[in-house]
Ligand binder design. Structure first.
Ligand SMILES: [Zn+2]
Length: 110
């Protein structure tokens, strides 16, 4: 999986708004590459984020059908047990799920 430079840049920019709180969004994936990110946060605090669907539903249908993953920035390195459970649920839902995370304090995503 690759992450488009534009998406990495968007994540860095978005992080400025959150001041260390968790945030995240949905990933539009084509050809094994994350091409776009749609930030969509319903609720967030320092250690927890809940996604919304408003931005997701505003996407045109030809983009919605390529939403196959999620990104979130959280306080830890790697994935928490909750993150793994979320990934499993989304894998069941989409048939495949790309999970990208980074620390709220770092630029690096994996
Ligand atoms: Zn997490």
């Amino acid at each position: 999986m690759r992450i488009c430079e534009k998406v990495k840049h968007q994540i860095v920019e978005e992080r400025r708004k959150w001041h260390g709180d968790e945030f995240g969004g949905y990933l539009i994936v084509k050809n094994d590459c994350v091409q776009e990110i749609v930030f969509d946060v319903e609720y967030s605090n320092g250690g927890y984020v809940e996604f919304g669907v408003k931005a997701l539903l505003k996407l045109p249908k030809n983009k919605q059908k390529f939403v196959r993953g999620w990104f979130h920035a959280h306080p830890i390195t790697g994935l928490s047990q909750t993150d793994v459970m979320t990934t499993m649920k989304l894998t069941n839902f989409w048939g495949r799920c790309y999970t990208v995370s980074c620390r709220v304090t770092e630029n690096y995503c994996s």
